[in-house]
Design a protein around this ligand. Structure first.
Ligand SMILES: Cc1cc2nc3c(=O)[nH]c(=O)nc-3n(C[C@H](O)[C@H](O)[C@H](O)COP(=O)(O)OP(=O)(O)OC[C@H]3O[C@@H](n4cnc5c(N)ncnc54)[C@H](O)[C@@H]3O)c2cc1C
Length: 175
């Protein structure tokens, strides 16, 4: 399939405004906080629902397109540097806190929720979310789980992976 045809297919899933093809846009997602060479993706796609995320993943799979998930791109390991000609999938359109369960002490969030936003939401209920990477005002829960990111509070209590996390498509559960 041509790049133009693929672009149209992605646009049909997430809308024209959520597929980025210009060189400027693609350059913005060609690197992260690691000191490594950048790599230009073919396309950048921004799903805003779990259903869209599933369809985007399926389309990549059917066309053999390497897919790189990107939260805030603050990782220091090159994890969001895409494959040449691959697709970057942004999670910043999946940023809803779906549930904070005070009785059983867990939260259900989409992966693009910014860490500090979840911490503030649970703090408003008198609770404490320990993982506190220095990047927490921009980093996402999905990126935190993938990198097991935390800092001072997390080291004395819990990091994203020391408690149970369950994933469904596009949604994380934390406790
Ligand atoms: C100034 C600064 C301070 C930092 N401080 C700390 C610190 O105190 N402690 C610490 O541990 N780290 C720290 N980091 C590193 C970094 O912020 C963390 O690793 C953070 O968790 C990355 O989150 P992110 O949303 O930016 O993820 P990204 O960089 O976007 O992604 C990180 C990895 O996770 C994958 N990923 C992202 N979302 C998903 C998803 N939904 N599903 C599957 N895979 C996914 C990506 O493909 C990539 O491999 C810091 C970085 C900076 C720049």
């Amino acid at each position: 399939m041509t790049k133009e045809a693929l672009t149209k297919d992605f646009q049909a899933i997430v809308g024209d405004d959520n597929v980025f093809t210009s060189e400027t846009d693609r350059h913005s997602y060609s690197y992260d906080a690691a000191v490594l060479d950048s790599v230009m993706p073919a396309l950048v796609v921004r799903p805003t629902t779990s259903e869209q995320l599933g369809k985007v993943t399926k389309l990549c799979n059917e066309n053999g397109l390497p897919l790189t998930v990107r939260g805030a791109g603050t990782n220091l390991s090159g994890g969001t540097i895409p494959h040449p000609g691959g697709v970057v999938v942004l999670t910043n359109g999946l940023d809803r806190i779906l549930e904070i369960n005070e009785e059983d002490m867990y939260a259900v969030v989409e992966p693009g929720v910014v860490t500090a936003k979840l911490a503030a939401a649970v703090a408003a209920k008198g609770l404490f979310y320990p993982p506190d990477p220095g990047s927490q005002t921009v980093s996402t829960i999905g990126g935190n789980v993938a990198e097991n990111a935390g800092a001072f509070a997390a080291s004395s209590t819990a990091s994203p992976r020391t408690t149970s996390w369950a994933w469904t498509s596009g949604t994380s559960t934390a406790n």
